[in-house]
Design a protein around this ligand. Structure first.
Ligand SMILES: NC(=O)c1ccc[n+]([C@@H]2O[C@H](COP(=O)([O-])OP(=O)(O)OC[C@H]3O[C@@H](n4cnc5c(N)ncnc54)[C@H](OP(=O)(O)O)[C@@H]3O)[C@@H](O)[C@H]2O)c1
Length: 350
């Protein structure tokens, strides 16, 4: 199969390029050459998807069996790519998100859940991330009719993560090394459920979906069969890094009342009440979605981060800062220890 990836050098697009090459496909990637070097073995076309002449040059490199758009965020921009390439491919796969569901993460998501209303011609200022992604899905359906597939993705993890979530946890836990008795803040309950998905599993599903000629929207997240917990996630980080870190579980209600951000400062964690992992993936499972165990994702992400004698670790620059600063973690522990200690007035022995 001849595959074009719009993007293709970073996290998800990179995994897709690598999986496609490994499966024997011919892969073209289109990007500006800024974010990361391309995967060895791909055919690179340099250009900016916001530039009409660059899209024209790209179209001249076709045809392809399928285009996978990993880097579309604005309907107007995605529409320009779709129209420039409509005669050059049999299928267009758009990488979307479960943020297209306005009810996520407050209520469980099924295929029948409502989707944000967004014009297929919306510009960058016409909505938030999830709203604009819904508009992108619509422009692909409108201008690539009958041949469009949208994958509504849940939380992604895996090697080459450029967001900073799992790397923040791994790097913090690795701070302890094999001997230092380091107290690491662990939020809430070790049994809190988790269903992230490895980018390599999305890549394999995508290739299978193209092969089957799937169209329409599919929700693609970690499956119930590979569900995990926050405790297993942190334990996998300890095992992967060989760290002597000691997890100290801090009550969710206590954290809720502190000046600390769930999801970013406490990566991949949302306090009880919201249900980010209650997502129905049964249609994707029926179409072949299979997910590896979370511990394998953690192990391989650490192997990537720690490669080259730690050089990658030192130069690692996430898109956004994630995790707690040491000062903030220390202050939270001080407040938590004080909250756990009975006050003198309440202690009848004092
Ligand atoms: N992270 C999550 O947990 C999560 C969850 C749900 C859905 N998603 C979706 O998953 C996808 C993630 O994609 P990704 O990891 O491959 O990263 P991405 O950040 O969307 O795409 C980065 C790639 O696109 C290229 N690119 C960026 N701007 C470009 C432009 N103007 N013209 C041409 N190429 C351009 C970059 O290379 P250059 O900069 O060199 O051009 C790079 O190769 C996104 O669509 C996101 O919405 C993510």
């Amino acid at each position: 199969m001849r595959l074009l990836i719009i993007g293709g050098s970073a996290f998800l697009g990179r995994a897709l390029a690598q999986e496609a090459l490994d499966a024997g496909h011919e892969v073209t990637v289109f990007n500006r050459g800024r974010t990361a070097p391309d995967v060895p073995g791909v055919r690179s076309v340099r250009g900016d998807r916001e530039s009409r002449p660059d899209l024209g040059r790209l179209a001249a490199e076709g045809p392809w069996d399928a285009i996978v758009d990993t880097s579309g965020y604005v309907p107007q921009t995605v529409g320009a790519s779709v129209r420039a390439l409509a005669d050059q491919a049999a299928a267009y796969v758009f990488m979307s998100t479960i943020n297209v569901f306005p009810d996520w993460p407050a209520t469980p998501i099924t295929d029948a859940s409502p989707v944000h209303d967004c014009s297929p011609d919306a510009g960058p200022d016409d909505g938030d991330y999830g709203t604009l992604k819904a508009g992108c899905e619509r422009v692909v359906v409108r201008d690539f009719p009958g041949r469009a597939l949208s994958l509504r993705l849940g939380l992604l993890l895996g090697p080459h993560e450029d967001i900073g979530r799992l790397p923040a946890l791994l790097l913090r836990i690795a701070d302890a090394g094999p001997t230092r008795d380091l107290r690491v803040l662990a939020p809430g309950d070790p049994g809190s459920p988790l269903r992230p998905i490895d980018v390599r599993d999305i890549a394999q599903f995508t290739l299978g979906a193209i092969g089957q000629g799937l169209t329409g929207p599919y929700t693609v997240a970690g499956t119930p069969a590979n569900a995990s917990t926050y405790g297993e996630l942190l334990q996998a980080c300890i095992t992967a890094t060989g760290s002597a870190a000691r997890l100290d579980w801090v009550d969710a209600d206590f954290l809720r009342n502190q000046d600390v951000e769930a999801w970013t400062e406490l990566p991949i964690w949302i306090p009880p009440g919201e249900v980010p992992w209650s997502v129905d993936t049964s249609r994707a499972e029926a179409a072949g979605l299979r997910c590896r165990p979370l511990r394998e994702t953690v192990q391989d992400t650490w192997a990537w981060l720690a490669a080259d004698d730690g050089q990658v670790r030192r130069s690692y620059q996430p898109k956004r800062p994630h995790g707690l600063s040491e000062d903030k973690e220390r202050a939270l522990f001080a407040a938590w220890d004080a909250a756990k200690t009975p006050s003198r007035e309440a202690d009848p022995a004092s």
